[in-house]
Design a protein around this ligand. Structure first.
Ligand code: SF4
Ligand code: SF4
Length: 434
């Protein structure tokens, strides 16, 4: 094992050791992880709202979704061209095709102009493309709007979080104590009171003050250029309407052949995670009216401008060169593979990258930052159980991608010493257990 490999392994080992300390953030998070899973399974009661269970729903539509994703991958360049064209010509969006992350950052900063504040939600791809880092470097104030993310900002929590409930690790007492310290307001430590506080104090700002907002997209239709977004709080509906300029940053892999496929992706994402997503937005143009003598004027009550930055970076290459992480292009970012992941359940936010918890975000880190980062993220904590692959609604073989990463790491001398020893015992002693 190389010296560098030993150092990376020590970093992971150190974090794993902290799980013994009841006060450590990682331990807390591992506990929270169990709670989050309980929360999810309790929410299975939602199935009574439908005729079938969520899993049956997913199984029913899974083949159609995989087919739609594969169709896109087989003709990636044509679908991207079709999408760019219809977005620009018919939908009147301002569209950028960013070949690289750097081009995406440049386009975003150009569109931001002199604005010093951005309101955002659902923007994993802006993080992937380095846009969030660029905003920070340029001292742009980033205002989260999803309550969980708002709480993470309030409590200055920056480590990887439970994506489906980013603030779930905070108790009501911790939240109200921080609100008192920051805003001098005393609240009863109850979820309803905290929500009421934000509704009364933050909602007016979102309705009146947003000039530029940022979201991603759950899916995009190549056929009519519609952007589909699903949510539960209503913050995305507000951000996409009560703003002058709505900027969408999305990887080209969010494109599916048509608007029905896009809706299917959004619904499947909702049902596989069993969250009660009450709103779906389908955005096909900026706000406009033609009520005065048929003259179309943009910017009636909703966004005056919709800007779409479609990021390619590694995606076309992965599809065309059949790279081992090509399956990432099918991922719908439902994050539900974490629920069944042995490593995520045991190690919470230690098995994670800066993009989020779980194996899928470790692959993401590898694509953007290389194998050393993936090892640091806890790559070798993966048990190879393959639960992720069996669970995935989009047919992503995450276990195979992780196996490939381990191979790359091992070839570079980055495999943990314990595994190296195990290998030696098999080869030399013909007995791994001695
Ligand atoms: S790999 Fe599959 S289960 Fe995991 S986030 Fe992507 S689509 Fe969801
Ligand atoms: S194989 Fe998949 S589910 Fe199992 S530990 Fe590894 S990433 Fe998690």
């Amino acid at each position: 094992m190389s010296e560098e490999g030993a150092k990376l392994y020590d970093e992971v080992k150190e974090k794993v050791e902290t799980l013994k300390d009841e006060k450590s953030i990682h331990r807390k998070f591992a506990d929270i992880w169990r709670l989050a899973c309980i929360g999810k399974y309790r929410s299975f009661d939602l199935r009574y709202l439908y005729d079938d269970t969520s899993r049956e729903y997913v199984e029913k539509y899974k083949p159609a979704m995989i087919e739609a994703k594969e169709k896109f991958l087989e003709n990636i360049e044509d679908y991207v061209d079709q999408c760019l064209n219809v977005m620009e010509k018919t939908n009147k969006f301002k569209v950028y095709y960013a070949k690289t992350n750097e081009e995406a950052q440049e386009a975003f900063m150009k569109e931001l102009g002199d604005n010093k504040v951005i309101y955002k939600s659902k923007s994993l791809e802006a993080k992937d493309a380095g846009i969030i880092d660029a905003l920070k470097e340029n001292n742009i104030e980033i205002k989260e709007t999803d309550l969980g993310d708002v709480l993470c900002q309030l409590l200055e929590y920056e480590s990887p979080s439970f994506t489906l409930g980013p603030g779930i690790q905070f108790t009501e007492e911790e939240i109200v104590a921080k609100i008192k310290e920051r805003y001098g307001v005393e609240l009863e430590p109850k979820a309803e009171k905290i929500v009421k506080y934000y509704r009364e104090n933050y909602r007016p700002e979102l309705l009146n003050d947003v000039k530029v907002s940022l979201t991603s997209a759950n899916a995009i239709s190549a056929h009519d250029g519609s952007i589909v977004l699903i949510e539960n709080e209503g913050n995305i509906s507000v951000l996409t309407r009560a703003t002058d300029k709505h900027i969408v940053v999305a990887g080209i892999s969010k494109i599916v052949p048509d608007e029905f496929d896009a809706l299917m992706v959004a619904k499947l994402q909702e049902r596989i995670t069993n969250v009660d997503a009450g709103y779906i937005s389908i955005i096909s143009s900026p706000s406009s009216t033609s009520d005065i003598q048929g003259t179309r004027v943009f910017g009636m009550y909703g966004a005056k401008e919709v800007v779409v930055i479609l990021v390619d970076d590694w995606r076309t290459e992965a599809a065309k060169e059949n790279l081992f992480y090509k399956d990432m292009l099918k991922c719908i970012s439902c994050k539900s593979c974490d629920f069944v992941c042995t490593a995520s359940r045991a190690f919470g936010n230690i098995y994670a990258s800066k993009y989020g918890i779980g194996g899928i975000n470790i692959v993401r880190d590898y694509i953007h930052n290389g194998i050393e980062e993936a090892v640091k993220d806890g790559l070798f904590l993966c048990t190879g159980c393959e639960n992720c692959t069996n669970w995935c609604p989009a047919g992503v073989d995450l276990a195979e991608m992780i196996k490939n990463l381990k191979k790359i790491a091992t070839e570079k001398g980055l495999c943990p010493p314990t595994l190296k020893k195990y290998q030696e015992k098999i080869i030399e002693d013909k007995n791994p257990f001695k």
